[in-house]
Design a protein around this ligand. Sequence first.
Ligand code: FCB
Length: 471
Amino acid sequence: MRRRGFLGALAGAALTPRAAAFAQGAPVDRFPEGFVWGVSTSSYQIEGAVEADGRAPSIWDTFSRTPGKVANGDTGDAACDHYNRYLEDVELMARARMRAYRFSIAWPRVMPTGEGAVNAKGLDFYERLVDALLARGIEPWACLFHWDLPQALQDKGGWTNRDSAQWFTDYALVVAGRLGDRVNHWAMFNEPNVFAIFGHGVGTHAPGLTGRANCMAAIHHQNLAQGMAIRALRGGGRPAWRLGTVLSVQPIRPAGGLEANRPAAAMWDALWNRACLDPLFLGRYPDLLAADFEPLVKPGDLAVIRQAVNYLGINYYSRLYQQPDPGGLVGTGFGPPPPGVKVTGMGWPVEPDGLTEQLLELRDRYRNPLVYIMENGADFYDWVGPEGKAEDGERIAFIRDHLRAGAEAIRQGANLKGWFPWTLLDNFEWAEGYARHFGLVQVDRSTMKRTPKASYHWYADAIRMNGVPGY
Ligand code: FCB
């Protein structure tokens, strides 16, 4: 019996109904009918083929080729060679009966110089991918921007230049114009907050800019781009389109639970969570950052940003703990997680109840938007069993416990409608290169062979049960 035996000893004991279900491998939590079971990836992290068919460099090509920026000097040059192996990857999704695939479009494939000329061959690739997905009954969920800005636009200032909002809107219309007869779900951005903070404030991600002013400019211009693009897509769009965006949201707590760290936590919450959520849903920036945004916001901007989205994608990994740090981006820095909390290979605390907390916060603060978990997953060292199979029990436990936390939030009224784990394949994990493994499927770096892990099979069972398997 696959992965069920360890509770067999309990079979005869007096069990609560929940424990009995668990012992039998039956689902302990079920999701509502129509719950969307998918998976997430992003273009630069998996595609490779960075020079194929007219693609021009992105900021991540430049950054990863700069010595010292990415662990082991890794680049996305080959990534998972998904550009050439997408059919195999679609097949992996289909075999697990995934119903939706959230992927991102590489802007430098579609418009190599970022604006103006369109590269039809770049769009052809996404058309082939979309058609392959639809042929296997998988809904394509396209994200327009997952961090790989054309380098040509960075050379004009990238997201620190207010013109970026118009560049993005034009690009969004080009992509939707070509794929919009088959793609209904569109996400404007992936984690504009994280991209701005690490790429423009702290400098550990592409494009490697630093400083508070650059960070705030990148946030405001992405917010504006999102509003402008949604408005433009709505204007000429199709009724079936569902327009949304994806944010990384993490509950922020004072490090050590200390009262003295509370202001630092509030400041980081303003930056990490609210600088994108508040203008989108409430039409204003957080008070703590008012002075930062004041010089950037032109009359009318906030009305453009405040769009009625059809859904909000959220990426949840853990809580974040903050303490004062005079040298930090906004005067704060990361503190340690509470003692005794397990951490992943990335050092991120494993805190499924933080997901319930976050979903309820969205319910209460932003009038309960329709939410999909667009990323949730973990980097763990995969143990290879005697039969050569990747036995990633820690990843299974991670996904299981987070699904339960999601089910709990639904019971408490959160409007959660689907789940897209991060991620299908072990891939290029940004500044960490290939050393980090979040995939449900292993990728052999020399042969590119794909091998599903135990977590892939477990997730397939979750899909089949429309619930959380009780093992
Ligand atoms: C998120 C990113 C995603 C991946 C995961 C681990 O912040 O959106 O691309 O790197 O973290």
